[in-house]
Design a binder for this molecule. Structure first.
Ligand SMILES: N[C@@H](CCC(=O)N[C@@H](CS)C(=O)NCC(=O)O)C(=O)O
Length: 224
């Protein structure tokens, strides 16, 4: 029974787990969820009532795994490949988990806040919340510029869970608040987006970018 991944091609948290699948060449059956479609939503809610993507179904082990970080931890534990996404040493493991949380909470979430504000019902937008989200992104970029100076990947030499989180977070965040003149962060984002795993995702997602509700569509970051 193959692994099934419930996801949407445009969704940033889904890109995060796709990177792990593609990096380690783990076979899976894609199940596209369309939350604009009643039947697709109802079917997804039967798998995971919270209806947040991504969700992994491992029929052989009888497991339904929600939350992007936990999906990657699960793959590491039960479907391991060449890359170990959560390092074995406790010292590297806590750093990986900390930077994974950082990218989810201080880059992905403010980015999502800005993007989803554009598709709120008339009169329900939240300009103050969007302003706060933009300020948070800039604060995160400044910290990342300092953190990435002299580092290859988020926690050093090895590509980890934290880098899976960083890639779509920075890809979409850069479209709503440009990374600007932050050379270490820009070079890191360019390294992430040059990996074959993300190049493949970018190609697969291209037909969907027209549904991205912002005036500037996301683009691959380059170092200069
Ligand atoms: N903390 C969750 C966040 C998942 C999430 O926000 N997924 C978005 C897609 S990127 C989603 O399902 N949005 C649909 C909705 O909020 O209705 C994770 O890491 O998986």
């Amino acid at each position: 029974m193959p692994l099934e991944l419930y996801f949407h091609p445009l969704a940033s948290f889904c890109h995060k787990v796709l990177i792990a699948f593609y990096e380690n060449e783990i076979p899976f059956e894609p199940v596209i969820v369309d939350l604009a479609d009643e039947a697709s939503t109802a079917a997804f809610k039967r798998v995971w009532p919270m209806a947040k993507m991504p969700v992994l179904r491992d029929g052989e082990r009888g497991a339904t795994v929600a939350e992007s970080t936990i999906v990657i931890e699960y793959l590491d534990a039960f479907h391991p490949g060449t890359i170990r996404f959560v390092p074995a040493t406790p010292e590297a493991a806590w750093q990986t988990r900390m930077w994974d949380r950082f990218f989810d909470q201080y880059v992905q979430e403010p980015m999502q806040k800005i993007v989803t504000d554009r598709i709120r019902p008339e009169g329900k937008s939240d300009p103050f919340g969007v302003e706060q989200a933009k300020a948070l992104l800039l604060q995160s970029y400044d910290l990342l510029e300092e953190h990435m100076t002299g580092r290859q990947w988020a926690i050093g030499e090895d590509f980890t869970l934290a880098d899976c989180a960083a890639t779509p977070a920075l890809f979409y965040a850069n479209a709503v608040v440009p990374i600007g003149d932050r050379p270490a962060l820009r070079a890191y984002a360019a390294r992430l987006m040059a990996r074959p795993s993300f190049q493949r995702i970018y190609e697969e997602t291209t037909p969907y970018f027209r549904f991205f509700p912002m005036p500037d569509k996301p683009v691959i970051v380059t170092a200069s």
